[in-house]
Ligand binder design. Structure first.
Ligand SMILES: NC(=O)c1ccc[n+]([C@@H]2O[C@H](COP(=O)([O-])OP(=O)(O)OC[C@H]3O[C@@H](n4cnc5c(N)ncnc54)[C@H](O)[C@@H]3O)[C@@H](O)[C@H]2O)c1
Ligand SMILES: [Zn+2]
Length: 654
């Protein structure tokens, strides 16, 4: 008995510790599957021994709300939901009643109060007893009406959430990498509970109503009727189906088959009795209302064998373990990899190659390891980054151990520069989106720029990647072959040297007659002598090529590229035979000499006064009363702005 009591105490402590992290800090120290399993074990032990500790999560919705936001007590406690994983139990529970079945949205529950047709107050569920007042934040949710036709007091509950399609995009914009969120629910919680609603506004928070608590003077009798009414008031209501025992399993099937397509994160379904009065008559336990029940996906669990751990470096610098296992069918698709998230989880699972592991899809979507049955613990954590080979170290972030690449120039952290490298004016490689590049880098197929041209070796792996079939691979191979034949100017631009844009790259390449050796070894003086290249630019350029690692990048690239170093003196003389006159103040060019130099470099002439021989007058103010302007007009000579001149230059260059 003492042992059992001890076990209960330990489980209570562990569950409470997890809840504290989950609710207060928007982070997870264990998976929901693990949490629910522990919880079920605790329920079993409590039943067996008859002991229920005061702190037990089975009797408390409880965790303290510890934020700087103002607090408010709910008029009646907001409870949790009883749960089942069996459709038959769900059907028994429904009996001969009509019910409303909807997504159990995985976000943050909010209570809204409207008065006189206006949003008056928004409060989070908090610990069920006391919530946080977030009215100004709710006002900037994407789809919430701030004015509604109904004028009486209206109280409703719903879930605030961030859609999957927004999650990645928004998370990326959070500069402090360690402050980024693990899943949409965490991000939503962090976004809704902000002191500054400007941040909330940027996070695309959506609100889906699921319970009408009260509407002054209204007396609806059915939940379905309430949903329809709420829709008319301008609310988006959670997607739902009306069910009876007869069609229940079919409707559950419908939801199951739509989980993957659903952009709104969900972690199961909720079934509520349609008859409001009957539901209310059933009352509630200390933790659950009796008029509704949650349905959790069974989480089909399969046993398989761990083949390897892939260390996946991301742009955040984190190198996260991914388990690669013998393929298994899970919820209708073949799965062979699951993120292990971080070093702590890897250690807790005592993973080793050849281990028998159990895998499932969390919320029917994300593959996870549920358990390790053999725990051989034979892995070594790498001490070098799989992408750049530089030192990788284990860091502790809020009790969680993560592996981190110490090299600031690691390609994994430079996805943006890789995206630049393949862009149209650079290497012009079609079919490589930022997301694809990130995947290829994280899997170790691209460790340096030159590897892009060697992707053929990973044909098998890449064609089996999600969303990347034979056809797109073939297209990519073709695009690479075309891109391989390139010019020194493109290569120079694609390296992403500070301040060297398309135009500058062209000017420099031209100045060195397209000879790469000379381009790369240009001295500051030589660069400085080129029109349009300033001192600072020249210094940055030279510094770039002085670094051995940059020279190595280029050396390796040159092995893959076919550079066209031919040079025709006149080919670029696009203004040959043309005479320009410049007047008025300039915006783009520093002074007239700079503009003159460009004209001359292109074979043109810059004259001092307008005559019949003039082809263009460059003047930003065509209305000015200057004599040159007047003369040009008299002679019918086109007057162009700098902007138009640049266009001319660009058109001629292409
Ligand atoms: N991973 C962890 O460390 C950890 C810690 C604590 C809790 N948890 C997870 O949280 C669960 C318990 O959370 P809980 O008690 O906050 O909530 P719950 O799972 O009991 O869900 C009930 C709540 O869901 C919300 N909801 C969403 N959509 C709804 C809909 N369509 N209709 C009605 N209600 C809807 C409501 O606010 C309702 O109160 C656990 O089962 C576990 O999975 C995980
Ligand atoms: Zn690295």
């Amino acid at each position: 008995m003492e042992d059992k009591r001890q076990e209960i105490q330990e489980k209570v402590d562990l569950l409470n510790q997890a809840s504290r992290a989950y609710y207060q800090e928007s982070r997870e120290i264990m998976s929901n599957l693990e949490y629910d399993k522990l919880y079920d074990e605790l329920v079993r032990l409590e039943k067996e021994t008859g002991i229920v500790l005061a702190q037990s999560p089975t009797v408390n919705v409880g965790y303290q709300v510890l934020s700087d936001l103002p607090k408010e007590r709910h008029p009646s406690p907001m409870l949790s939901l009883d749960k089942t994983k069996e459709v038959t139990e769900l059907a028994d529970w429904l009996g001969d009643q009509k019910g409303v079945l909807s997504w159990k949205i995985d976000g943050l529950t909010i209570v809204l109060t409207y008065r006189d047709g206006k949003l008056y107050k928004a409060v989070t569920r908090g610990n069920g007893e006391v919530g946080e007042v977030i009215t100004s934040n709710a006002r900037v949710f994407k789809n919430i009406p701030v004015n509604i036709p109904f004028q009486g007091e209206l109280i409703l509950r719903g879930e605030a959430c961030i859609k999957y399609s927004d999650f990645e995009k928004i998370n990326e914009t959070i500069e402090d990498v360690s402050a980024r969120y693990k899943n949409p629910r965490n991000l939503c919680s962090g976004s809704v509970r902000q002191l500054n609603n400007e941040i909330t506004a940027q996070r695309n928070v959506h609100f889906f109503a699921f319970t009408l608590v009260s509407a002054e003077g209204m007396d609806q009798t059915s939940r379905e009727e309430q949903f329809v009414w709420l829709t008319r008031q301008g609310f988006e209501v959670v997607e739902y189906k009306v069910v009876t025992q007869e069609n229940l399993s079919r409707q559950v099937e419908w939801f199951a088959s739509h989980v993957e397509k659903n952009d709104v994160p969900s972690d199961g379904l909720v079934l509520i009795l349609d008859d409001i009065a009957y539901g209310a008559s059933l009352g509630a336990t200390s933790k659950f209302p009796r008029d509704s029940i949650a349905f959790k996906w069974r989480d089909e669990i399969k046993e398989t064998t761990l083949k390897e751990i892939e260390w996946s470096a991301s742009r955040t610098g984190l190198i996260n373990p991914v388990a690669i296992f013998e393929p298994v069918e899970l919820e209708g698709t073949t799965v062979s990899r699951a993120s292990v998230h971080n070093v702590s989880i890897l250690k807790e699972l005592h993973l080793g190659l050849g281990d028998k592991i159990e895998v499932y899809k969390a919320n029917m979507i994300i593959p996870q390891i549920a358990d390790n049955l053999t725990k051989s613990d034979n892995l070594t954590i790498p001490d070098a980054c799989p992408v750049c080979g530089e030192e990788a170290v284990i860091k502790k972030e809020k009790d969680v151990e993560v592996l981190y690449c110490t090299n600031p120039e690691c390609l994994a952290k430079q996805i943006k520069s890789l995206t630049h490298f393949v862009s149209r004016n650079a290497m012009n490689i079609d079919g490589l989106s930022e997301a694809t590049l990130e995947k290829l880098v994280s899997r170790g197929y691209i460790k340096e720029l030159a590897d892009l041209f060697r992707l053929e070796r990973y044909r098998e792996e890449i064609t089996s990647m999600e969303g990347f079939g034979e056809k797109s691979f073939e297209n990519l191979m073709k695009a690479l072959e075309t891109a391989r034949n390139t010019t020194p100017a493109r290569l120079l631009y694609s390296l992403g040297i500070p301040n060297i844009g398309v135009a500058n790259a062209k000017v420099i390449a031209r100045a060195f007659k397209n000879k790469w050796e000379q381009i790369q070894n240009a001295t500051e003086e030589a660069l400085d002598a080129i029109d349009g290249i300033g001192e600072i630019m020249a210094a940055g350029y030279v510094a770039y090529f002085q670094e051995e690692k940059h020279r190595e990048i280029v050396r390796d690239l040159l092995k893959e590229l076919v550079l066209d170093e031919s040079f025709e003196e006149t080919a670029d003389q696009v203004f040959s035979g043309k005479t320009f006159v410049i007047t008025g103040s300039l915006e783009h060019y520093e002074n007239r000499d700079a503009l003159k130099a460009v004209i001359e470099a292109k074979g043109g002439k810059a004259a001092g006064s307008v005559s019949k021989k003039t082809d263009y007058l460059i003047n930003n103010d065509s209305q000015s009363a200057s004599s040159k302007n007047k003369k040009a007009k008299e002679l019918g000579i086109p007057i162009i702005t700098e902007e138009q001149f640049l266009k001319l230059l660009e058109e001629a260059d292409n």
